[in-house]
Design a protein around this ligand. Sequence first.
Ligand SMILES: [Fe+2]
Ligand SMILES: [Fe+2]
Length: 220
Amino acid sequence: MVTLDMVRNNPLVKQYMQIGNEYIGNIGAIEHNMYHAEQTSRLCYHILSSLGYSERESELGSIAGFLHDIGNLVNRYGHGMSGALLSFNILLEMNMDPEEIATIMGAIGNHEEQARGNAVNNVAAALILADKSDVHRSRVRKRDMAVFTPRDRVNYAVTSSELQVDATERVISMIIEIDTTVCSVMEYFEIFLTKMLMSRRAAEYLNCEFELVINGNKLL
Ligand SMILES: [Fe+2]
Ligand SMILES: [Fe+2]
């Protein structure tokens, strides 16, 4: 059985993820480094296991979470689709079970809101929630605020973000603290609305309600 550690220690995976992050760094995109991969991987596992999905399905979530941005190597645009295909080759080479590879491909290929990502399976739903909740100041690479894109600004505004899973009530909450001198709560909400709606649909797929709390205000 292919484990998260085996994927993480695959030299090709490491190399391609690092080069991909460098490439998109050259065009000023926010950080998609090993920390983001590890964080998404951990959260995916946490969401699935706390909601009572099997150990193996949760591990598939952790693998999809680790690999999800590997497609940045090919192009930032459509990196979900290219990432799914890159992962296909890597996981096939590692002799992963074809059905498990399919689960991971569906998840990675559906994690981008621009590419009309949808929760097509449990792992895809967890990946959307985990990925979208990793917003933080530390992911912005630019140092000059004058050249910030709206996405840089909303990321820079976030001083803490946390995803809470209440398995008994079946509620998934995204708790975010933002620095309102950088961007207002409304502006944040406006820019992140598509991501938040995608997260809500993903939570519904897992039979959970979705809650968004920014600076103590419940917005969704
Ligand atoms: Fe991504
Ligand atoms: Fe990501």
